[in-house]
Design a protein around this ligand. Structure first.
Ligand code: NAP
Length: 249
């Protein structure tokens, strides 16, 4: 019987868990453990790192996983690379469920940077009011540009103090809507939005809000994962599972 391991932490991973549960397919959803209270899921959940490629190889063998689905966030580059490595070592079938990247429209004012360090460097210059739509893992780096006012939005209240001298923190969990993102940017007089090119619907509202307010966006481009097969929708992924299960995988 197939056993699908979903590497999660995204809305797509949760949607896939639902689809597999509805079909009665055995699946386990894996979280890194970054969020204090993940949403309840209809399949068994495991939490925490595996311990690199070797740890993931051991898990795949111990749990008799037949299919590995990498549905992590497009910026979770290490986990994605480990998935490719562990699948190669074990022969477990691997497919990535990814979101297409966002692309700018004619009314968008995006400047692209390759990574977080590039975004920090691009903030040299006079003080600004910046919405840092990045999640708490990457905020520390912006202490190198302490003169800006930063608007932060985290899923959980931080356990450590935020080391940015001028900031305002909102604790909220997406998906967000355009109207409230416009209101939030107006209320804090934001003049620049910094975000990662996550793609997907859940986090898109801030870009539409920035466009509506004619605000510039510093867009952090995606890291490049190693060669692997990707699909963008769950129907394709279910077909792949059916097809490979028919082949005796
Ligand atoms: P990362 O840098 O690629 O991963 C760092 C380590 O965390 C991995 O080597 C692995 O530890 C562990 N890990 C990551 N995802 C895991 C998962 N789904 N299940 C079990 N262990 C996992 O990843 P990250 O950027 O820290 O992201 C961590 C999680 O947050 C991911 O699940 C991702 O989908 C989610 N997320 C990330 C972002 C983002 O912007 N990066 C945004 C939203 C959600 P071991 O090597 O010990 O196995």
């Amino acid at each position: 019987m197939p056993h699908i391991l979903i590497l999660g932490g995204t809305t797509e991973a949760s949607a896939l868990a639902n689809a597999l549960a509805e079909r009665g397919v055995r699946a386990t959803l894996s979280y890194a453990g970054r969020v204090a209270n993940p949403r309840p899921q209809p399949v068994p959940v495991r939490i925490g790192g595996f311990g690199g490629i070797e740890g993931l190889v051991a898990y795949l063998r111990d749990a008799a996983v037949t299919h590995l689905v990498d549905a992590t966030h497009p910026f979770a580059a290490r986990m994605s690379a480990n998935a490719v490595g562990a699948a190669a070592q074990t022969g477990v079938a691997l497919l990535a469920l990814t979101r297409p990247a966002w692309t700018p429209g004619s009314a968008d004012r995006w400047r692209h940077v390759p990574d977080i360090a590039g975004a920090v460097a691009a903030l040299a210059g006079p003080p600004r009011r910046v919405m840092l739509a990045l999640g708490r893992m990457h905020i520390e780096a912006f202490a190198a540009q302490p003169h800006h006012h930063y608007l932060l939005r985290f899923v959980d209240a931080p356990t450590q103090p935020v080391r940015l001298p001028h900031h305002h923190l909102v604790v909220d969990r997406g998906p967000f809507d355009i109207g409230s993102d416009i209101a939030l940017m107006r209320a804090h007089a934001i003049d620049l939005v910094v975000c990662k090119n996550a793609g997907g619907r859940g986090a898109e509202a801030k870009l539409t809000a920035a466009r509506a307010l004619s605000l510039p966006v510093l867009m952090i481009d995606r890291p490049h994962p190693p060669e692997r097969t990707e699909v963008h929708d769950i129907a394709d992924l279910l077909r792949w599972i059916d097809h490979t299960a028919d082949l005796g995988v």
